[in-house]
Ligand binder design. Structure first.
Ligand SMILES: Cc1ncc(COP(=O)(O)O)c(C=O)c1O
Length: 371
């Protein structure tokens, strides 16, 4: 049997009758730049996020970069983020002119540790960027309280977490609802994925939304009139049409991912070398990734590969130890929870179309390895 890490072909077969006509409509209109599907998707994604505005842009990376750019960071300005994330989180901080300050994670959830954020706040801190890693929301109440006391905004990296929610004081709060702004990625492998690059910023700050809308089209609301120097970072109409056709399926896809996670969880619970994901109280995970901590990780990964099972390590090197950040002076041992996670994590196939037979095959292969 073959169990790929992700099977976009299976998803396509299930939605081709929705997506292909939507694409055809854009082609017929020949309105490829900022066509009506873009505004429709912006409204729909804002609604999913309990936010007032959605601003489409070219990628998740730009959805982080643009809000950081409008903060007008000066040399020496610090932005606190997690060391255990995809590179784009920190790359955007540097490209916006800031200095990333990496802090450690909560080893249970892999998300940024709010206590570490509090300890890292300084007079130079200009923003905090938590990441809702693998599809579960970070400890937003504590993070928001710390940032608010310090007078700095929170930018949610929700690139892996569209539709995730967290119950706070008995109310469901969505990814993208609590921060100043939030960034989504529509990279094809995401729970809501385009057929190319795409991203979106959501916010309920009217002024920020207006500025970001201009910033993504060279800083002007009116053609050839520029209030500031922005950039070109639009979401393609074709991608927006695809995403609009896919969006009604998102909740069901994420529910299926959760069901797969429960299935793995039950089957692997009694296997000591394997620790299944921890869901923080109140969180509803969307399992963009189903990530184990395992003993002898690299050997297990090779064993599974030999059996035709796709897995991945997100992420093998924590960002504070990346070569490009060498000048920041971090040392191995400084962020032990992130470093340990980088040595132990392994993500299994969890895409919605996965079958129980495939999951049983993966489970047997893991159990077989540790026997
Ligand atoms: C946590 C995180 N941040 C940022 C990004 C960047 O998104 P994109 O690849 O769309 O630029 C991604 C996805 O790739 C991500 O997973």
């Amino acid at each position: 049997m073959n169990v790929p890490l992700l099977d976009l072909g299976a998803q396509f077969q299930s939605i081709r009758e929705d997506v292909l006509p939507a694409l055809q409509a854009v082609v017929d209109s020949q309105q490829f730049i900022m066509g009506p599907a873009v505004a429709q998707l912006e409204a729909a994604v804002a609604q999913v996020s309990h936010a007032r505005h959605g601003i489409g842009c070219a990628s998740g990376t730009d959805a982080l970069l643009l809000p950081l750019k409008i903060l007008g960071l000066k040399p020496g300005d610090e932005v606190i983020t997690t060391s255990f994330t995809f590179f784009a989180t920190a790359g955007a901080i540097v490209n916006a002119g800031g200095t990333p300050v990496f802090v450690d994670i909560d080893p249970a959830t892999f998300n940024i540790d709010p206590g570490a954020v509090k300890a890292a706040l300084t007079p130079r801190t200009r923003a905090v960027v938590p990441v809702h890693l693998y599809g579960q929301i970070a400890a937003m109440e504590a993070l928001m309280a710390a940032a608010r006391r310090h007078g700095v905004p929170v930018i949610e990296d929700a690139c892996q977490a569209i539709g995730a929610r967290r119950s706070i004081d008995g109310e469901w709060r969505m990814a993208g609802e609590l921060g100043w702004v939030a960034a989504y990625s529509f990279f094809p492998s995401k729970n809501l994925g385009a057929w190319g690059d795409g991203g979106m910023i959501v916010t309920s700050d009217d002024q920020a939304a207006e500025r970001l809308r201009k910033y993504r089209v060279h800083g002007g609301a009116k053609q050839y009139h520029h209030d500031e120097v922005g950039t070109n970072s639009r979401l393609d109409t074709l991608q927006a049409a695809i995403l609009l056709a896919k969006l009604p399926h998102l909740a069901d896809w994420s529910a299926r991912r959760r069901a797969h996670a429960e299935y793995y969880g039950r089957a692997l619970a009694d296997l000591p070398p394997v620790r299944t994901p921890v869901i923080a109280p109140g969180n509803e995970h969307i399992f963009h990734q189903y990530t184990l901590r395992v003993e002898r990780r690299d050997e297990l990964q090779a064993h599974l590969k030999g059996k035709g099972i796709g897995t991945a390590v997100y992420y093998p090197i924590p960002l504070h130890l990346q070569k490009c950040f060498g000048s920041l002076g971090y040392r191995e041992g400084q962020l032990p929870a992130a470093e340990q996670a980088a040595r132990e994590v392994l993500s299994l196939p969890v895409y919605p179309e996965l079958t129980h037979a495939q999951q049983d095959y993966v489970i047997d292969a893991i159990r077989g390895f540790y026997r």
